[in-house]
Design a protein around this ligand. Structure first.
Ligand SMILES: [Zn+2]
Length: 385
């Protein structure tokens, strides 16, 4: 691997930290973002001479050694002819369901866990709404390290099974991912294991970034990458949204693409929409959502996203917006996507169609539009009955 990793930078206070030792958060509590030496050129031609998929962008990933891998490959970017006709704008779907574990969480897990292993971690503890815990457990098994996942007892059965079959320790808690997060911190204090909570673990964001590098590459031509006009993506914790903004900045800095960066449209379940509420109120910080979420979009049951402020900042800077989707709309969109385009999306992914349809009617979408399907609908069957 020829990583250009330079240091970690706090998203709150800007302070630099050493990227070559294990880190969680900055002293100020801010999340640490990996920064790369992009000053000297990295040739897009050379990158494109490698096999497609996340690892071809190795200079923009933190890994110093070969990754813990389950054979991640580039996922499809599908043009949706019938949806485009109906919405009156060019609609594409980036479909991450074919990844290991049938979820986009594989991107964060293979990079985050690989980095933890090369920095000496032998045991990981992490809270999860479901899919991340499943994916990290599979990669931990692949790496031969121990993992404990704290998860809401209301998480999808599939995810609980993934953790258990992968040999992880599954700790079910009453409540939401916020409660699972508190339990994970407690376990870290008791066991000395390493805490891999979203945004307390610095590197999964760069794994998630590879989805967007693949999209920009696919829209590009022989000499450069091209960014889409709008990306509509589900927002639970918001890693994919922050990763999108980061990917767009890095490719411009490298001279691989020209701006403008895509407008980011974040979608939450109306059942748990703390960032939508903050966006609509013009707030800079996100207040926790009080009601207990029950949405079939389990990945969107994140009532207190720790870096919600950063999601708000990136969404606003991009000229995008935050949108809510009701449970009825999400369920209907799953059938709509499957019957119209043959894509059996997860509820989180289907929620993007709800937002796209609404914004298309308002004439508020810059083309081309990419909807992000973050996983397979088949993982959610008991929640969709
Ligand atoms: Zn800081």
């Amino acid at each position: 691997m020829s990583s250009r990793l330079s240091h970690l930078e706090c998203a709150r206070c800007g302070k630099s930290s050493d990227a070559f030792v294990l880190q969680n958060r900055c002293d100020c509590g801010g999340t640490l973002i990996p920064r790369y030496n992009l000053g000297t050129s990295v040739s897009l031609d050379e990158v494109r001479s490698r096999p497609p998929g996340p690892w071809r962008y190795e200079e923009l990933l933190p890994l110093q050694r070969a990754p813990v891998s389950l054979g991640e490959s580039e996922t499809p970017l599908l043009f949706c002819e019938r949806l485009s006709e109906r919405l009156g704008v060019a609609i594409w779907i980036k479909d991450d369901a074919p990844l290991p574990g049938s979820t986009f969480k594989a991107r964060g897990a293979c990079v985050g866990l690989s980095r933890a292993v090369e920095l000496g971690v032998k045991r990981v503890v992490m809270p999860s709404a479901g899919n991340a815990g499943g994916a990290w457990s599979l990669y931990a098994a692949r790496a031969g390290i121990e993992i404990t996942v704290t998860m809401s007892s209301e998480a999808p059965d599939f995810n609980k099974a993934e953790v258990s079959f992968a040999g992880g320790e599954l700790v079910l808690v009453d409540g939401t991912i916020a409660d699972a997060g508190a339990r994970a911190k407690q376990l870290v204090r008791q066991t000395g294991a390493w805490l891999a909570t979203t945004f307390s673990e610095p590197y999964r964001v760069d794994g998630k970034k590879t989805a967007w590098l693949e999209v920009f590459d696919r829209f590009g031509d022989g000499s450069s990458m091209t960014m889409p006009g709008t990306v509509v993506l589900p927002v639970g914790g918001g890693v994919a949204a922050i990763a999108l903004a980061k990917a767009a900045r890095e490719v411009v800095e490298l001279g691989w693409a020209e701006g403008p960066a895509p407008a980011i449209v974040g979608v939450q379940s109306a059942d748990c929409a703390p960032i939508v509420r903050a966006f609509d109120a013009g707030a800079d910080e996100v207040a926790p959502w009080a009601a207990q979420p029950t949405s079939s979009a389990a990945g969107l049951r994140v009532p207190a996203p720790s870096e919600g402020w950063l999601v708000l900042k990136e969404v606003r800077a991009s000229g995008g917006s935050m949108q809510g989707a009701s449970e009825e709309e999400i369920r209907s969109a799953i059938g709509d996507l499957a019957s119209t385009e043959g894509i059996f999306a997860c509820p989180e992914g289907a929620a993007t169609l709800v937002a796209a349809e609404r914004l298309a009617h308002e004439g508020a979408l810059r083309e081309p539009v990419v909807l992000y399907n973050t996983g397979a609908g088949a993982k959610y069957l008991e929640l969709l009955r």
